[in-house]
Design a binder for this molecule. Sequence first.
Ligand SMILES: [Zn+2]
Length: 409
Amino acid sequence: MRLATSGQRSGTVRRANLSAIVHELHASGPLSRSELVTRTGLTRSAIRGLIGEFVAAGFVTEEQPEPQGTPGRPSPLVRLAPSRATVLAVEITVDSLAVALVGLGGQVLESVRVDRPRGHTSVDETVADIGELAIAVGGPGPSRDPIVGVGLAVVGTVRRADGFVSVAPNLGWTNVPLASRLASELAMDVPISIANEADLGALAELRRGAAIGVDDVIFISGEVGVGGGIIAGGRPLTGAAGYGGEIGHIPVNARGAGCRCGSTGCWETEIGERALLRRAGRRVDGGRAEVDEVLADAVAGEAIALAALESEGRWLGIGLAGLINTFNPELIVLGGLFGQIHPFVVRTVRDELDGRALAASLELVRIVPATLGIDASLIGAAELAFEPLLADPAAWLRPRRASVELASA
Ligand SMILES: [Zn+2]
């Protein structure tokens, strides 16, 4: 990003430049001053001055690299100090709760995931459990690393502006003011950002996984529910209030089964975990362990497991054809259940796409499994929580005394 300096107030320019630097370091890891000059388009002296501010505030460290035997002094390596600014990342799924303490730059400092029996997912229990797990990872408390935000991924439709969960069918939740419930539980005076789990899985794969550097991506992930994140032109497509991207509830089968959202024949009812287990003759609420057994049976050549996966691949292909024709993505990333079954269904999906997707769009698209595995959405929640700091790091560089004066002025 090249930043203009003319016609803008110097304070605004400084803040934008600080943001550009911290963005680069957060996304790419340690960089030399010369690399920062190239990537930001700022001058050498501007970089030196701004890095000096970050160093003084403890946000970055600089180290002299080993001499290379070439003339001239090598450029110092600039590295973010992960514990100088941390976030609490939280993920609520049907099967588990996860909380992590993540440092600036994306380093996971502490992380814990607990499996929960299905049906034990009341809002009260969930919020109380998050509070305990947050303490377990070294979250809230005096003398801890400074926490600058909380990010939460939940399997439901979320109004992002105030962290309001409108509906989470597979948790049995409707109209939950989750951000405010969590704010009172955690008693931390930091922004709490909440988004749909699949949207955050997409964000994580975009920043740190299979989709780095790709601007048009569809992420689809599933367990019991099926969710998706759509990145168009490098930006997440969330809709007017943030409810968008619910690709699991695209109606695909007019004669299909009832869906937990209240409709019938949603894509989720054909490709979700329950559909796979039902077709394989397994307990539909068996969870991940039961899916593992279906895949083991398929490897062993058992007909019912192979037929169930064949069916799964067909329906996956039908829905993906619609998404490919609508969004012309460069990459489709399969996460969760779909990442796990990818090797078993990839051929059937291809066959289905060959018959249904528009040739011009199909030619361009690659379909790959997610690379971040089970923690994708948790990593995305951390990225969401860092966004305010990345957008305006200057606000966090202010000496503590000055902010107190501002508050009392
Ligand atoms: Zn539905």
